[in-house]
Design a protein around this ligand. Structure first.
Ligand SMILES: Nc1nc2c(ncn2[C@@H]2O[C@H](COP(=O)(O)OP(=O)(O)OP(=O)(O)O)[C@@H](O)[C@H]2O)c(=O)[nH]1
Length: 854
C-alpha cells in the first residue's frame, strides 16, 4: 500500500511514541479514531475508502455491492503486506484481488447472492508497513426500495446498521454524496447530522463530479455555500467502473483526478482543496490532531511516573549504585539507611500512627495493649479458686494449725498461708503475659525486617541480633516478675490502706460488710453490677442444630450472663445464660474434615459442674473461635466474668478423705470452724484484691520497661555497632538477585520515561494541529450546537477550539449564511444559463448509475 503518502508520514511518529511507551510498560497509548463511510447506494463509498488507504482491494460495481459492514483494521508491520479475515483465521491473503473475492464470497455466504443484506460485519485485518493502526468501516449504502432478497424494511435495517457505527463519538464520518444527485436529499448528510449535529466529526465528500450533466457543476457546494458543513465538502473523482475493469491503477487515477480539477473552469480555483490527495491530507491532519490531542495526557502520565521513581533513583545515584564505578562508602551508607528504616518502622508499629496503618487486624503496640489490659486481667483469675475451694483450703489450714487442739481463736497464720498460696498463682499468668508480648515483639521485628529482604544477609544478621536481644530481655523480665512474686510473698502487709484487716477498730462490722459483699457475689472475680465484657462471633455445634453441624452466632458476654443472638443487630436473641457457677475448658483440636474456620478448631466448653444441665437440654455449650488469638481473647473474657477453668478430677481428689467422703462436707460439721473459715476467706479476698490490682498495674510496667523500651533502645542505638561487629558492611549488603534486577529495571524505566518525554516534545514540535472550523449556521442542516452535544470526543484538540468558537456564536466572515432556496433540485449545481426564478425549480432527473460509463 503506498497510495497515501501523508498517512505513511505519520507512521514513524506514531511508532516512535508507541515504542517509547512500550518501554515504560504502557501499550496502545494512541488509540486512533475509527473512520466510517456513509452514503446512498453506489455513492462511491468503497471507492472513497480505498482511496483513503491507497490500495485497491474492495469490491465495487453497480447495484448494491457492500451488503455487510466491513470492518477494516489496518495494522502497521515492519515487513510484508497481507490481509487476514476473522472468519478464516490463520490464512494469510497476500493477493489483494483474492481479498476482494473473499469479501464477495463471504458476503454471499451470509446474505445469499440475491442482494440480501446482513448486519454481521466482515472483519478484515490488513498488515502493511504503509499503514497506521486505524479502523475503517465500509457500510452498506442507504436504499429505500427493497429488491431481490431484501426485506421490506431494508431502509430501516441499513439505517440501524449505520447508526450502530457512526453514533460512537470517536467515529469520524465521511458522508458521501454523488454530485449527480440532489444534495438536499442526501441521506448521508441527514444521518451524520443526527449523530453529529455540530458537524465536528463529519466531512462531506462529493463523488462523481465527472458524471454531472454537461453544463452543470458543483462549485457552490464545494465552496460550502449550499447546505454548508462545518468542515466543508471535498470533491473527488474516483475511478469509474470502466477504469476499474481496465485496471487503471490508483496512482494513475489520482493523477487523472488532479488534471481534472486543474483543467475544469469551475474547480480550478479550488484544485488545492479538492481531490483524493486533499481528502487524504484532511484525514491525516485529523489523525495528527488526535495524536497531538493525546500527547499532553501522555506527558503528564510520564511525568507522574518519573516523579514516583525520582526519589529512589536519586537514592541509588547518591549511593553510587546507578551503574558505572561503585562508590566505596555506598554500602555502609545504604546499611545505615536500612537500619534507620527498621528503627523507624519498629518505633511506628509500637507507638502507633505512621503512614501504613493496618486496618485488618491488631498488631504491634495495639496488640500489646490488648494483652496488658484485656487478656492479662483475665489470666490473673486463672489460678483463682472458687469460693467452695477457697473455703476448703482455709479449713484445712486452720485445722492443721490447731493440730490436736480445738482452736478458740482464728489463727493469723491460716490467713497468711492461704494468701501466699494465692499469690503464687499469680506468677504463671504474669509469665504468660511476658511470653505473649515477646511473641508480638518478635512478629513486629519480622515485619520490619521483611522490608529489607532484598539484602538477605543483612536481614538474617538483624534477625539474629535483635531476636537474641529479645530473648535476653524476656529472661530478665521473667526474673524480675518472679522477684516481684517473691517480694509479695516476703511480707503480707496487713496494714495496707485498702485492706479491711485486723487493725480496723470496727473489725467485726467490717468483716460483716465484707461477708455480705462476698455473699452478694458468689464469684469473686465478677463485678457486682452487670457490665458488658465482650461481643463477637463464635460458632457452636449444639444450639438447636443437627449434631455435627456448626453455626455462627453473635455472643455478648456480661459480668453475670452470656447471651447469644442471630446477628450483630442483637434483635433476635437465641438464649440468655446466667453464668453463676459456670466453668470452662478450652482446647485446640485437629479438625476432622472441612471445618468452619480452617484446619484447627479452637474450642471453649462451658458447663455447670454442679448441675445436670447448663441450658435447655444441654449439658455444655461448645464454642469455636476463629483462631488462636480469638480463643485467647474469649478465654480472658470468660475469666474476667468469673468463669474459671475447671480443675481436673485429679486435682479434686485431694479434697476427699480416705473413705471417699468429701472432706469439705466434714469441715462444716463444726460451726466454730465454719465461722473462722468465713472470717479468713473475707480477709483473703480483700488482700488478694490488693495484690491482683498491684500485679495488674506493675507487670505491664515491667514488661514495658524491661522488654519493649529496651528493644527500642537496642535497635536505635546498639544495632548498628553490633552489625559492624558481626561483619563487613559490604558483605552484609550483598543484594539478592531480585534486588539487582529490580534496580536495573527501575533505572532502565527511568531512562525510558525520560526518552519518551523527549519523543513527545519532538513530536509536538514537528507536527501542528489545525483548528476546527467555526460552526456554520443553517436552519436545515448543521445548525448551532445543541447544549447536550458532546464536543469533547472527536477530535479533541479542535473540538475545544470549536466550543470557544461556537460560544462566540457569530458566523465566520468567510462563510456566508446558508443561501436561500436550499431545497432546489440539484442544489448547488450552477448553470451558465440564467438561473431559473426562485433558485432554480427545474430538476434534471438524477442519472441512473453508472450514469455515463466512462
Ligand atoms: N465516474 C465515476 N464513477 C465513480 C465515482 N465514484 C464511484 N464510481 C463508480 O460508482 C460505482 C459504485 O462505486 P462504489 O465505490 O462501489 O460505491 P458504494 O457506495 O461503495 O456502493 P455500494 O456499496 O454498493 O452502496 C462503481 O462502479 C464506481 O466505479 C466517480 O467519482 N466517478
Amino acid at each position: 500500500m503506498s497510495g497515501n503518502v501523508g498517512m505513511e508520514a505519520l507512521i514513524p511518529i506514531v511508532n516512535k511514541v508507541q515504542d517509547a511507551f512500550t518501554q515504560v510498560g504502557m501499550n496502545s497509548v494512541i488509540d486512533l479514531p475509527q473512520i466510517a463511510v456513509v452514503g446512498g447506494q453506489s455513492a462511491g463509498k468503497s471507492s472513497v475508502l480505498e482511496n483513503c488507504v491507497g490500495k485497491d482491494f474492495l469490491p465495487r460495481g453497480s447495484g448494491i455491492v457492500t451488503r455487510r459492514p466491513l470492518i477494516l483494521q489496518l495494522n502497521y508491520v515492519e515487513k510484508g503486506e497481507w490481509g487476514e479475515f476473522l472468519h478464516a483465521k490463520g490464512k494469510k491473503f497476500t493477493d489483494f484481488d483474492e481479498i476482494r473475492r473473499e469479501i464477495e464470497a463471504e458476503t454471499d455466504r451470509m446474505t445469499g447472492s440475491n442482494k440480501g443484506i446482513s448486519d454481521i460485519p466482515i472483519n478484515l485485518r490488513v498488515f502493511s508497513p504503509h499503514v497506521l493502526n486505524l479502523t475503517l468501516i465500509d457500510l452498506p449504502g442507504i436504499t429505500k426500495v427493497p429488491i431481490g432478497d431484501q426485506p421490506p424494511d431494508i431502509e430501516f435495517q441499513i439505517r440501524g446498521m449505520i447508526m450502530q457505527f457512526i453514533s460512537k463519538p470517536s467515529c469520524l464520518i465521511l458522508a458521501v454524496t454523488p454530485a449527480n444527485s440532489d444534495l438536499a436529499n442526501s441521506d448521508a448528510l441527514k444521518l451524520a447530522k443526527e449523530v453529529d449535529p455540530e458537524g465536528i466529526r463529519t466531512i462531506g465528500v462529493l463523488t462523481k463530479l465527472d458524471l454531472m450533466d454537461d453544463g452543470t457543476d458543483a462549485k457552490e457546494i464545494l465552496d460550502n455555500k449550499v447546505l454548508p458543513l462545518r468542515r466543508g465538502y471535498i470533491g473527488v473523482v474516483n475511478r469509474s467502473q470502466r477504469d476499474i475493469e481496465g485496471k487503471k491503477d490508483i496512482k494513475q487515477a489520482q493523477a487523472a483526478e488532479r488534471k481534472y480539477f486543474l483543467s475544469h473552469p469551475a474547480y480550478r480555483h479550488l484544485a488545492e482543496r479538492a481531490g483524493t490527495a486533499f481528502l487524504q491530507k484532511t484525514l491525516n491532519q485529523q489523525l495528527t490532531n488526535h495524536i497531538r490531542e493525546v500527547l499532553p495526557s501522555l506527558r503528564s502520565k510520564l511525568e507522574q511516573q518519573l516523579t514516583s521513581m525520582e526519589s529512589e533513583v536519586k537514592e541509588f545515584k547518591n549511593l553510587g549504585m546507578s551503574g558505572g564505578r561503585e562508590d566505596k562508602s555506598a554500602k555502609p551508607r545504604m546499611m545505615m539507611q536500612m537500619v534507620n528504616r527498621v528503627t523507624h518502622d519498629f518505633e511506628e508499629m509500637i507507638e502507633g500512627g505512621g503512614n501504613h496503618v493496618d486496618t485488618t487486624s491488631l498488631s504491634g503496640g495495639a496488640k500489646i495493649n490488648t494483652i496488658f489490659h484485656f487478656r492479662f486481667p483475665g489470666y490473673l483469675n486463672e489460678g483463682r479458686l472458687d469460693e467452695k475451694e477457697l473455703r476448703k483450703e482455709i479449713g484445712f489450714a486452720i485445722r492443721n494449725i490447731h493440730g490436736v487442739r480445738s482452736g478458740l481463736f482464728t489463727p493469723d497464720a491460716a490467713f497468711e498461708m492461704t494468701v501466699k498460696r494465692q499469690i503464687e498463682t499469680l506468677a504463671p499468668p504474669s509469665m504468660k503475659c511476658i511470653q505473649q508480648v515477646s511473641t508480638e515483639l518478635h512478629e513486629v521485628i519480622m515485619k520490619c525486617i521483611d522490608k529489607i529482604k532484598n539484602y538477605p544477609r543483612l536481614q538474617a544478621e538483624i534477625d539474629n541480633l535483635v531476636s537474641g536481644y529479645l530473648r535476653e530481655c524476656e529472661t530478665h523480665c521473667r526474673e524480675q516478675i518472679q522477684q516481684l512474686v517473691e517480694v509479695e510473698l516476703s511480707y503480707i502487709n496487713t496494714n495496707h490502706d485498702d485492706f479491711i484487716g485486723f487493725n480496723s477498730t470496727a473489725k467485726d462490722e467490717s468483716v460483716k460488710d465484707v461477708q455480705n459483699a462476698g455473699s452478694e457475689s458468689q464469684q469473686p472475680g465478677r463485678e457486682s453490677k452487670s457490665k458488658l465484657i465482650k461481643k463477637g462471633w463464635l460458632s457452636t455445634t449444639n444450639v438447636g442444630l443437627t449434631k455435627g453441624l456448626s453455626r455462627e452466632y453473635w455472643f455478648v458476654l456480661y459480668t453475670d450472663a452470656l447471651a447469644w443472638f442471630k446477628d450483630e443487630s442483637e434483635r433476635d436473641q437465641k438464649y440468655y445464660l446466667t453464668i453463676d457457677g459456670v466453668k470452662m475448658k478450652s482446647s485446640e483440636e485437629e479438625e476432622e474434615g472441612g471445618g468452619l474456620f480452617g484446619h484447627r478448631k479452637f474450642k471453649i466448653q462451658l458447663f455447670h459442674p454442679n448441675a445436670r444441665y447448663l441450658f435447655r437440654e444441654y449439658r455444655e455449650l461448645t464454642l469455636y473461635a476463629k483462631d488462636e488469638d480469638d480463643m485467647e481473647d474469649w478465654r480472658a473474657s470468660f475469666l474476667r466474668a468469673g468463669i474459671y477453668t475447671h480443675r481436673s478430677q485429679m486435682d479434686m481428689e485431694d479434697l476427699e478423705d480416705e473413705d471417699h467422703k468429701p472432706k469439705f462436707e466434714r469441715l462444716f460439721e463444726d460451726p466454730q470452724l465454719e465461722r473462722q473459715v468465713e472470717v479468713i476467706r473475707t480477709y483473703v479476698n480483700s488482700y488478694m484484691a490488693i495484690v491482683r490490682k498491684t500485679f495488674k498495674d506493675i507487670v505491664p510496667k515491667h514488661i514495658m520497661c524491661l522488654m519493649v523500651n529496651k528493644m527500642k533502645v537496642f535497635i536505635e542505638i546498639e544495632l548498628m555497632p553490633s552489625l559492624y561487629g558481626a561483619g563487613n558492611p559490604a558483605e552484609l549488603m550483598e543484594e539478592s538477585e531480585d534486588e539487582v534486577r529490580r534496580r536495573q529495571e527501575l533505572l532502565g524505566m527511568y531512562d525510558a520515561c525520560k526518552d519518551a518525554l523527549k519523543t513527545i516534545s519532538e513530536v509536538t514540535a514537528k507536527t501542528s494541529s489545525t483548528p476546527l472550523p467555526a460552526p456554520v449556521h443553517s436552519n436545515n442542516h448543521h445548525s448551532a450546537p445543541s447544549p447536550n452535544m458532546n464536543a469533547s470526543r472527536m477530535p479533541k484538540s479542535d473540538s475545544a477550539h470549536s466550543l470557544s468558537q461556537s460560544q462566540r456564536s457569530r458566523p465566520p466572515p468567510d462563510l456566508p449564511n446558508r443561501p436561500t432556496g436550499r431545497s432546489a433540485p440539484n442544489a448547488g449545481a450552477t448553470r451558465p444559463a440564467p438561473a431559473p426564478p426562485g433558485g432554480g425549480s427545474r430538476r434534471p432527473p438524477p442519472p441512473s448509475r453508472p450514469a455515463r460509463p466512462n
